[in-house]
Structures are given as C-alpha cells and as structure tokens.
Design a protein around this ligand. Sequence first.
Ligand SMILES: *[C@@H]1O[C@H](CO)[C@@H](O)[C@H](O)[C@H]1NC(C)=O
Ligand SMILES: *[C@@H]1O[C@H](CO)[C@@H](O)[C@H](O)[C@H]1NC(C)=O
Ligand SMILES: *[C@@H]1O[C@H](CO)[C@@H](O)[C@H](O)[C@H]1NC(C)=O
Ligand SMILES: *[C@@H]1O[C@H](CO)[C@@H](O)[C@H](O)[C@H]1NC(C)=O
Ligand SMILES: *[C@@H]1O[C@H](CO)[C@@H](O)[C@H](O)[C@H]1NC(C)=O
Ligand SMILES: *[C@@H]1O[C@H](CO)[C@@H](O)[C@H](O)[C@H]1NC(C)=O
Length: 905
Amino acid sequence: MEKPHFLGCFLSFLFLFTSLVSSQTSPDSSAMEKLKASLKIPSSLDWSDSDPCKWTHVGCENQRVTRIQIPSQNVGGTLSPAIKDLPQLKIFEVMNNQISGPIPSFAGLSQLEEANFHNNNFSSFPSVFFTGLSSLSRIYLDYNSFEPWEIPDSTKEATTLITFSANKANIKGMFPGFFDSITFPSLQELHLAMNNLEGELPVGLAGSGIQSFWVNGQSLNGTIEVVRNMSSLAEVWLHGNRFSGPLPDFSMLTGLRNLSLRDNQFTGVVPTSLIDLKTLHIVNLTNNELQGPTPKFADGVIVDVTPGSNRFCLDDLGVACDERVNVLLSILEAVGYPEIFADNWKGNDPCDNWLGISCAQGNIVSVLFAKKGLTGTISSNFAKLTSLKILDLSGNNLTGTIPTELTTLPKLARLDVSNNRLYGKIPTFRQTTVLTDGNRDIGKERAPTPEGRSPGQSSGGGSGGGGSLSGNGEKRSNTGMVVGSVIGAVGGLGLVGLGVCLYARKGKRNCRVQSPTTVVIHPHHSGDQDGVKITVAGSSVTGGSETFSHMSSGPSDVHLVEAGSMVISIQVLKEVTNNFSEENVLGRGGFGTVYKGELHDGTKIAVKRMESGVVSEKGLAEFKSEIAVLTKVRHRHLVTLLGYCLDGNERLLVYEYMPQGTLSRHLFNWKVEGLKPLEWTRRLTIALDVARGVEYLHGLAQQSFIHRDLKPSNILLGDDMRAKVADFGLVRLAPVDGKQSIETRLAGTFGYLAPEYAVTGRVTTKVDVFSFGVILMELISGRKALDETQPEESMHLVTWFRRMYTNKDTFRKAIDETIELCEETLASVSTVSELAGHCCAREPQQRPDMSHVVNVLSSLAELWKPSEPDSDDIYGIDLDLTLPQALKSGKHSKGTAMWTTLHRL
Ligand SMILES: *[C@@H]1O[C@H](CO)[C@@H](O)[C@H](O)[C@H]1NC(C)=O
Ligand SMILES: *[C@@H]1O[C@H](CO)[C@@H](O)[C@H](O)[C@H]1NC(C)=O
Ligand SMILES: *[C@@H]1O[C@H](CO)[C@@H](O)[C@H](O)[C@H]1NC(C)=O
Ligand SMILES: *[C@@H]1O[C@H](CO)[C@@H](O)[C@H](O)[C@H]1NC(C)=O
Ligand SMILES: *[C@@H]1O[C@H](CO)[C@@H](O)[C@H](O)[C@H]1NC(C)=O
Ligand SMILES: *[C@@H]1O[C@H](CO)[C@@H](O)[C@H](O)[C@H]1NC(C)=O
C-alpha cells in the first residue's frame, strides 16, 4: 500500500518538475506533451527533445508553436483536446494517418489558417469547431468515418474560408444555406461530395465566387437554376444526385471547364448557351432525361454521353428533331419540362403513342394534359399545332393568361383550362367551347396581386401620411379626380394608415346634397402628422341590408378614421369599378350587387350598389347620421364600411375588400372552386372570430346592434383566413313603414331564424345567438342550414343535427367527413356541438350570451393557440373587449370622440 502511494507522489512531482523546466523552453510545451502522449508517434519522428520547437515537423516562432505538419507519418492514437492551448497555431496537418477518436474543439485558435484532417479514422467532429477561427482559410475533413454530423452553424464564423473540403465525411442534413458570398466572400472550393446531404441547392449560392463545386453522389434534388448565377464556376460536379428540371442558362459561366451532370433526372433541351461555351473542356451528360437533339459540342470537348441514356429524339449529334417535336418541346419549356413527359416521350414521332398526344394522319389533333401537376404558363406555341381540335389543360396549376394566339387555331373545338390559376381577359374564340371555371382571377384584367400582400404594402408612400397620392397623372387630367391611397408609416411607430382620397373638379359635382367637404385623414391618430386633405364632392347616404358576399374589409391596418363625412362621389366609384361592369361583380344579394373596385395603386375595395326601392324613406339627415355611425364601428372581426354615396336613385356603400370571399364559399363550395376544405382548427378560429365580432356588436347597445342576418355568406375571410362579420347594422337602414316598429319587418334568412323571431318578429340579441348556433352546426357538419338536396326529414339542419347529436354513433356521422378526427379533435367538435345546441335552444332565455360563447370557443382555440395579430389597437382600445369592458379597462383616453359617437346609439 505504502509503496505505490509513494511512487505515485514521486512521479507526479517528477512530471511537475519536468513541465516547469520545459516551460522555460516554450510556453506551449505542456500542451505539446499532451499531444504527444495521446498520439501514437512512430519512432521515425523525433519528438524527444524537451523543447517541442526542436521536434521534427513542428515549427515555432518566438518560442510559440505555429505549425504541426505530420502528414503521412503512420501516426495513430487520438488527438488531445490540449490542441486548443496552442494559441499561435497557424498550420495543422495530420492527413493520411490513422488517428482515431473525436476531433477536439479548436475554438478560439484565431491564428489558425489551415487545418487538414483528411484520410484518418476520426470518429466525430465538434459543432463548436469553428468558433473564433477568424483566420481559417482551408479545412479538409475528407475521408473520415465520422458519426453522422451536420455542417455546424459555427462554420459561419470562419468567414475567411477559401476551401471547405469534406468529401465522404458522413455529413447529413439539408444543404446548408450559408455558403453565400456575403458570409464567405473568399470561398473558392466547396467540396461536399459523397455525403448524405439532402434538399435543394440553396438560392444563396447565387452570386458566390465558388470556382470548384463538388456535391456529387448523394440525394440532392430540385432544379439547378441557381448555378446560372454562380458565374465563377470552373468545375461543377453534380453527378449521381436526384436533380431534375431543365438545365439553366450557362452564358454567365464564362470560365466553366468541367461540368458533370450525369446520373440525375435532368429534362429539357440542352441549352445552346452550354453548347457554345468556349471554355468547356469536359461535359458528362449520361443517364438523364434530356430531350431534343443530341448536342454537338465543339471539337476538343470531351463529352460523356452514352447513346440511348437520355431522351434525345435522335442519336445523331446535332441533328434537328421533327418539327412537331420541336413545337411540343417548346410547349413543355413553358411548364419546366415535367418528368412524366420526358419519361414517356421517346423517339422522334409524337404520333407514336406519346403521353397526352393524339394524332390523325400524322397531325396532332388533341393535347390532353389535364391533371398533370403542371406549373408555369400556357405556351403561345400551341398555336403552331394547326390541326389541333381539343386542348385540355384543366386541373393543373397554370398561371398567366390564355394566349390570344390560340384563337388562330382553325380547328380548335374545345379549350379546357378550368381549375388553374389563370387571370386576364379570355380571348374571343369563334367556334371554340372554352371552359375557364375554377380560375379565381380569370376575366380580370390585371395580374393578381401576390397573396398576402396588403394594400399598405403595395405602394411606397411617404412617411407621416404627407406623401404621394398614388393616382397617376393622366387619369387626373382626364377626369379631374384621382383615387389613390396614402400610405404612411406613422412617425417612428411604423404604423400604416390608408385613406381613400378623392379630388373632385370644382363645379362638377356628382352627388347632389352636400357641398364639398374637407376631410382630414389621419393615419391612426391625429395631431402631429401631416394629414391628407381630401376634397370630396358631397352627397348623402343610403343603406340596405342582406348579403353582400365577397365584401370586404381588408387588412386590419386600414383606418379611415373618425371625423367628417365619408362621402364618395359616384364618378369615382364608376371609375374604379370600370363603370360597374359585369366583370367586376363579386356577388349579388337581395338588396343589391357588390362590385370589386381597384384604386390606381392596386388597392381593392368592394362597392355595394343598392337596388332602387330597397332604400329607406328615412330623412336624409337621419340616414346620413346612421351611416356616419357605421363607418366608425371598428372591430377586428367586423367588416369596415369605408364610405358611401347618394346620387339620385343611386345608393352605394364602400367597403374594404376581403380577398378570400365568404365562409360559405369555403364551407360549401370548396370543391367546385378548387379550394382546400377547412381544417377543424380553422373552423374553430373562424367561429371564435365571428363570436367576438357579434359579442362586440351586442355590447355596443342592447337594442341597436343586432345583426339579424348572420350566416356564412355574411362572414368574410381575409388571406390569413381570419373572419369578419359583414352587413351588420344595415337592417336599421332598411325601410320602416310608418309607425310600425322594425320588429315587424322580418329580416334574415330561412334556416337561420330563431323560432320566436319568425313567429313574433321580436328581436333580441338572442336572435343572433340562434343564428350563430346554426353556423356552428354548419361548421361541424359541412351542411347548409337548409339543404334542399336532402330528404325531407334531414333538410332542416337544426332539427337533423339535434337528432344526430343524441346518439354517439350518429353524431360521428354528422361530422363533416373532411375533418380529420383524432381524439383531441373529436373532443373539441363535441364541445362545440354542445354549444351549438345550447345556442339553438327553442327559448331565447335558454340561449347563452355571446360572451359565454366567446369564452367556450376561446378556451378550445387556445389549445391550438391561433396567432392573433394585435395590430389594430385603434384608439388605444382593445377591440376584443366589449364596450363596457373597454370602458372599465380605462384604456379609452384617446377614444373620447368615438365614445361620444357610440353613445348616440
Ligand atoms: C477506425 O476506428 C474504429 C473505431 O473507432 C476501429 O474499429 C477501426 O478498426 C479503425 N480503423 C482503422 C483503419 O484504424
Ligand atoms: C427534396 O428532398 C427533400 C428532403 O429529402 C424533400 O423534402 C423534398 O420534397 C424533395 N423535393 C423534391 C422536389 O423532390
Ligand atoms: C440571377 O441572375 C439573373 C440575371 O442576371 C438575375 O436577374 C437574377 O436576379 C439572379 N438571381 C439571383 C437569385 O441572384
Ligand atoms: C478539369 O478536369 C481536368 C481533367 O480531370 C483537370 O485536369 C482540370 O484541372 C479540371 N479543370 C478545372 C478547372 O478544375
Ligand atoms: C466525365 O466523362 C469523362 C469522359 O468520358 C470521364 O473521363 C470522366 O471520368 C467523367 N467524369 C465523371 C465525374 O464522371
Ligand atoms: C397547386 O399549387 C399549390 C401551391 O403551390 C398546391 O398546394 C396545390 O396542391 C397545387 N395544385 C395542383 C392541382 O397541383
């Protein structure tokens, strides 16, 4: 016992002593000794001196180790973590040995320029490796049997990298997105071949200075379009992946010498920009699905293209294809040369049983490309198939317009482009049946604005609202008026406001009543901003009720603000709706027609034009004040009335545009319209949105704001699929016959009417609660309140639903089959069903208040946490609070003007 203990003590003393001694030779001795101890240094290397600066293949400057270069020396063992204690290390080379174990962290070696680990038996690579390696220019990790690893984020710290080489290094994961010219301005070689990288080449590679790019031999996919913008490339190895789509334009790659594309799924014609490339030395194309003529490269170019290993029309180099093949390929170019056609179209004769092509006497008479998953556009080159009788492109994802060239096809009998995403005017065909259903923007002249783009983003606009009117000059001079929108980031707050601004020429008033009024529009709140002065030709107002489907209220940052009149001249409304053209009709209700209008900057509005005779005889002044109130009712889940016009018999209401249209469209018509069925969580969120809107209305004033016509066609959706209630308050504008109270006039729609309302005409808020219950049942079952296609006993949803709900088995059958039912969903559906039944109780006093409904729904929706943008805190009031709540919360300091108005209700 004693002896070993003593010996141990002595040895440690000895070790301490020697390290103290050697520290006099180099401060790095201790670390180097540890390195020596972990590595198996063969005797051929003389690492015996106490001063590591004297070891073979070790270099020092000022007694500090700067280089360790022991490549191909039969070194084994492992690499000690002490390596990171060599702060002056610049070059570290251990390639071509048998070192095993993990590569330790090199973090903090800020002088390190080169690290070379390739061809060893290292077992892992640390994710912090690159931290602080601010001088690293080359790293080689190739040919090690690492445990699977991903290229770590710390790599981004090595911004001076010129070479990153890690071929066959067991890298997994998606191709990293950070090898761009900003992160790595000096990167020239990126060698990541024979790993397990997945995904597409990231767009960030565009513009990079990479010259040598090896990513062959793994599972990369997608197109290689980005290569087009990697103009420094000299050598590109992409072979043995799953790349697809056409080859890009190579004309910017003016230094390209070696290009290996073999063993992928490339389609399309080999571009002449590649064939003509002067610098090309080697090109490998074998085993793809390339189409068109076999390319003939310049003499001297080494070409690897095994005959028959692609889909070239002929094997002879450079010989052109049949003209029909050329036309068909040019058509496919517009849809990105889909693989199904490349797979199928063999040889040089399209009449030889090619997919989608039928011929008569060698002429192509029909092209049937329905439901082929096509994206892209319709090629005008279809017009070159002069024998074409039937062209079916339905059920794809085609964008753009229908080319007018197609009208020149003399024999075209049927053109089916239904269920795509086309827009624009349908050209006039003479004898052709043209099917265009299911294209949301067809018939509309302009390209649809990109989805999710709010009017506030669609034009620049000066800050503070003092900026430009976006109306254009010519229009102004023609008509004397400009409709534009003013978008201003408000001060430092970055809030966005929008106004409809009208300039009316003096002396040419369009609407009768009012004299020109000046309205100041403030983005959000008044005072410090430059308001925008708006001169408006006066008029008075009108309303009506009933469905206005597709009406609107756009993004929640549209605030037309308090104060003054919201009168808009009829001429402006004519202009923006293209003179109320049929093309602009969004929908029709009992009280009028809704038109889409578009301001010069592309901002959309919805204009409701009342049928004459449905307008109240109320005194004009009273009527105007009603409308004035409606224009001020603001809630995240209520569609906003932006303005109105009264001119002769014309009564028009202007709303913001709701791009996704009505709930009924998404609930009952989704199939026909090519929409996705609503998921349960969406339905729940929509129900909650509506409940909140209605709760707010009810809270405004017990008597006045009862909607009375809640139904899916009065619920409108934005691009985020959040819902707003439309048409509220309009009932008050409808005619009242003399002394009879409005209670005697039945508004509403069959199927949604509370029984006591239908019988007595008595209105309380519980009438809306009933209708809301019906909407819940519709959301659950996907069935309409009144479904005439059902047998008599199931026609009336409420009756049917009550019956189905009494029994577990039948209840499941009542649930819309498009709803995916997991246990959680079923529980949620079940709770909502119970709530729906409660809302539809026969006796009004048994129905809950909307606040209860909101509570139940929000507790369910919370489980999925719908994101709730809190952007529209207008007037500093939380719009989700009911009025009494808001008042209690004392957040109304800025809203006094509004409250005054609201109390008038
Ligand atoms: C590499 O290391 C593993 C263990 O990590 C070992 O089984 C294998 O024999 C080593 N190979 C060589 C060539 O040293
Ligand atoms: C590409 O690969 C990724 C990951 O393997 C996969 O998620 C993606 O769907 C693929 N894309 C294509 C176009 O095949
Ligand atoms: C690629 O280059 C083209 C032509 O110069 C350019 O229009 C395009 O924006 C570039 N794409 C990227 C992603 O840099
Ligand atoms: C192209 O390949 C040849 C033959 O393999 C090689 O000698 C040459 O260095 C490569 N050129 C480039 C620019 O990588
Ligand atoms: C490309 O083709 C040339 C000529 O057939 C051949 O020597 C070379 O090895 C090929 N390169 C690749 C990466 O397949
Ligand atoms: C059309 O594209 C959208 C989105 O890119 C996709 O969700 C949809 O499935 C596609 N439809 C068809 C018919 O291919």
